[in-house]
Ligand binder design. Structure first.
Ligand SMILES: Nc1nc2c(ncn2[C@@H]2O[C@H](COP(=O)(O)OP(=O)(O)OP(=O)(O)O)[C@@H](O)[C@H]2O)c(=O)[nH]1
Ligand SMILES: [Mg+2]
Length: 232
């Protein structure tokens, strides 16, 4: 988090972390496609010719609050291939929250677990205390055979402390819900420490509304929470 009172700017960093090919870049591409140009910048991707993330993807989402504060959300993905461990550590630096993108297939369980442990290790290596960084778990690729069922996701919800979202990122299902959960977690965590409502005159509801009112939410569970602004 960067809070610059003189420039009246607040920047939050959210990192999409997870095994190779779990769908991290697909999440960002979908968000980019559904955000109005007023609230988003370019999607910057550094990838191989096979579409594997080589360094990171970055999508900035931003708005100016009614109190005149510029609020920027920087969405990053890490590269999932095993060899890029050092890069994952660099990208994770100063993360305010993490969206852990897992592959729902049972055959991917071991890999998910390995990357989960790697996430904790990476955080420690860069001086982040894992228990102090909010994490939201997305079980992506729910469309594939052998994917965990909704009941199994419920079990994960009961067992773990983190919010769990099922997704088919390729079709955009669960993508906005994941972003909402991780943005909300990041905000709450920062607000506890920084008293953002008092210090910059922005509430959680205001923060989320500024972002999600400018997203195309049709067909998502967020639609009724953030009805589009009426023109005029
Ligand atoms: N069936 C299915 N395929 C998906 C889904 N989401 C992503 N994919 C596919 O999975 C492949 C990998 O997706 P990416 O978004 O590039 O994965 P990544 O996590 O960014 O991979 P790295 O950059 O290598 O870490 C692509 O072919 C996607 O089209 C999904 O929900 N269902
Ligand atoms: Mg990628």
């Amino acid at each position: 988090m960067q809070l610059n009172h003189a420039q009246r700017e607040l920047t939050l960093k959210i990192v999409y972390y997870g095994p190779g090919l779990s769908g991290k870049t697909t999440n960002l591409r979908f968000i980019h496609s559904r955000a109005r140009p007023e609230v988003r910048g370019r999607l910057l991707s550094v990838e191989t010719h096979e579409d594997r993330t080589l360094f990171f993807d970055l999508l900035p989402v931003f708005f100016t609050s009614s109190s005149g504060f510029k609020v920027k959300l920087k969405l990053f993905t890490v590269p999932g291939q095993v060899i890029h461990d050092a890069t994952r550590r660099v990208v994770l630096q100063n993360a305010d929250a993490v969206a852990f993108i897992a592959d729902s297939r049972r055959s991917a369980t071991e890999e998910n677990n390995a990357y989960w442990r790697m996430l904790q290790a990476n955080m420690r290596e860069i001086g982040l205390e894992p228990s102090q960084v909010p994490v939201v778990i997305q079980f992506n690729k729910q469309d594939l055979p052998d994917a965990r069922t909704e009941e199994e996701l419920d079990e994960a919800r009961r067992k773990g402390a983190q919010p769990v979202v099922g997704a088919v990122a390729l079709r955009g299902e669960g993508v906005m819900e994941t972003l909402h959960a991780v943005a909300q977690s990041a905000w709450r965590h920062l607000d506890e420490r920084m008293r953002l409502a008092r210090n910059i005159g922005l509430t959680e509801k205001g923060f989320l509304t500024h972002i999600f009112q400018q997203m195309e939410l049709r067909g998502t569970t967020l639609e009724s929470l953030y009805p589009p602004e009426k023109p005029g």
